[in-house]
Design a protein around this ligand. Sequence first.
Ligand code: V47
Length: 382
Amino acid sequence: MDAALRPIERKIEEDVPLTIEDGLTLYRTPDIHNLGRIARAAKERKTGKNVYYVLNRYINSTNVCYAGCKFCSFAVDEFKDREHVVRMTADHVFAQAIATGTNFNQIHIVGGHDPRQLSLDYWVPLMRRFKEELPHVQLSLFTAAELEYMAKRHRLSFPQIVAELKAAGLDNVNGGGAEIFAEETRKKICPNKVSSESWLAIHEELHRQGIASNATMLYGHVESLEDRVDHLVRLRESQDRSPGYNAFIPLAFHPDGNELNDCGPTTGLDDVRTFAVARLMLHNFDHVKAYWMIQGLKVCQVALHFGADDMDGTHGSTDEEMIYHSAGTQSGQYVDDREFRRLIEEAGFVPVRRNSTYDTFPHDWAPPAAAREAVGEAVGAL
Ligand code: V47
């Protein structure tokens, strides 16, 4: 065993937060097997043998965006590239969500900074409709970048925009927009996006008002290992100040079709190391998520032995994810829950169905009949 890991393992067993130096030692150790063993033990102290998944619908409701992030292959300028614009009406979003039935517990929607769609006038009635017709579905909507954009547009403070969306039924905010907090690097990859300080302030406000959220880190582009570890420490401190993050999701950079295409892609070893380091640095986060669409199902299954305890979820067979598919992911669009259960069981863990806030369900749970009746009418709007 790499001797440098021993004192770190002792700290982890005593739940002492790791330092930046510890994080760098974990990233640099050649002893990948012991790194995985220590991260898996930390995961098992938190969630035992459970590995979570969610029956989910995934929608990118608009790809119109003027933020100009250098890593993005998804954004479209509606004036220069009209034929590639995807901008769904609210009826279309609802119909798309239930196109393959109502047996799902989460709808995950993110989109661009689209001046025509990113407003309370569009979202509040749609959110209310989801809550009325599908009360068993949790709304996992937006990222902090979208929330900041909406707040500015409506001239509302962060507490005010959060209160409006909470009243409309928001359950959870997605972890995107965090990218890399280190300011010098952030300036190079997303100079026009929400600042690190505001990203953290928005999530902390969400938590104060009782809305859960996730956190991400975009890695494998121009950032340094120091930037990555600094990012994890800032998240850990944010969770201490205002608890409410459920899961951390490492986002592996995908290089196709964007301005950073001379970076990446990440390697399998960098991916599993990142899961392990995240699990060990974020001692106050309950979950580390391995999202199949990002690192691929095979790496995500292996990640369960490097500290991950969540595989995110299904997409419906009619869902079309665009952020990763425009940037070169090799993952398909659709995985069903039987496949998750097979992968989790084969890895030696127990599959557990959840919703966005980690309430759990039997794998064959189904929604009440009233929700099923809504389907017929709304699918006609597609
Ligand atoms: O912030 C964009 C990333 C994020 C690329 O909360 C890219 O469960 C890699 O919010 N290569 C949005 N990443 C996605 C997001 C998300 C994803 C998975 C789980 C959750 C969750 C949230 O997508 C952006 C950005 O970091 N992204 N382009 C790219 N080329």
